[in-house]
Design a protein around this ligand. Structure first.
Ligand SMILES: O=C(O)c1ccccc1NCC(=O)[C@H](O)[C@H](O)COP(=O)(O)O
Length: 273
């Protein structure tokens, strides 16, 4: 695993569980993927902020579990303008499953990301998805990352490679990543800082699809991440916390077109306080 920095106990536990999980057999999975860059471009041309909305039943930083049908949640998110859907498939800490992902992918026609903690090539052979997540911090070294990126592409997946700082960005680029997510949640203390994306984004080449992950909870956060260069935003908790996930998603996908109304509402709220 990369970096000597301490991981939060919850993250250590996620990692231990991931190491023990077995995968499928080579040849079990071959995907004809829906293109993420195309889906993001479609959102842009419709005037929607490209949001990857996440079906996230629970997490180490969330109270309680949301038991809704994942396919219904995903349909509702797409109705709210989501350009793509992310589905947690990690069962122990996030309440997800590969079956939930399959149901979601059948229910919507946008790209679907498998959000999980994949450490070995066999972990890729579990379920079809349009994208899979690889986390630089969890992979032994650059050579292993390159192997996983190549393995993902051979199966038809688009690999989304997650980084937390410039050194990890360099590792991701050297390994051939062309879709990169900068996670604003640090895996040491699980604290969220949108400044993480702002620090890493300027060093990312133009031709990389760049995604701001975690901690985006308001239209203002959306505008901040977009101003810093985000091609898309990955949002889980803020949408899942809403009773109506269509409204929760729309609030973010319209953040660049509804700025006046939103500002008025923010000002009204401040005046009332
Ligand atoms: O979300 C957590 O509590 C968490 C804890 C430890 C490791 C990973 C974690 N989240 C995974 C994610 O990457 C997020 O689900 C995703 O980026 C969305 O973040 P958010 O919008 O802040 O829910």
């Amino acid at each position: 695993m990369n970096s000597g920095e301490e991981l939060a106990p919850a993250v250590q536990s996620i990692l231990e569980t991931a190491r023990e999980r077995t995968g499928g057999e080579p040849g079990d999975v071959s995907v004809s993927a829906r293109s993420l860059p195309d889906a993001l471009a479609r959102a842009e041309s419709d005037g929607r902020v490209p949001v990857i909305a996440e079906v996230k039943p629970t997490s180490p930083t969330t109270d309680g579990t949301r038991e809704d049908d994942p396919a219904e949640l995903a349909r509702a998110m797409v109705e709210g303008g989501a350009a793509a859907i992310s589905v947690l498939t990690e069962p122990t800490h996030f309440g997800g499953s590969p079956e939930a992902l399959t149901q979601v992918r059948e229910a919507v026609d946008v790209p679907v990301l498998r959000k999980d903690f994949l450490l070995r090539e066999e972990h890729l052979d579990v379920v079809e998805a349009d994208l899979i997540l690889l986390i630089v911090r969890f992979v032994d070294d650059g050579a292993h990352l390159e192997e996983l990126i190549d393995g993902a592409r051979e199966r038809g997946f688009q690999p989304l490679v997650e980084v937390h700082d410039r050194a990890e960005l360099e590792t991701a680029l050297e390994a051939g990543a062309d879709i990169i997510g900068v996670n604003n949640r640090d895996l040491g203390k699980l604290e969220v800082d949108l400044g993480t994306f702002e620090a890493v984004a300027p060093d990312t080449p133009e031709d990389v699809t760049l995604i701001a992950e975690s901690g985006v909870s308001s239209p203002e956060d959306v505008r901040r991440m977009r101003a810093a260069g985000a091609d898309a935003l990955l949002v889980g908790s803020a949408i899942m916390a809403e009773g109506d996930v269509t409204d929760g998603t729309r609030r973010l996908t319209t953040a660049e077109t509804n700025t006046d109304a939103e500002s008025e509402m923010e000002t009204d709220t401040e005046t009332q306080i």
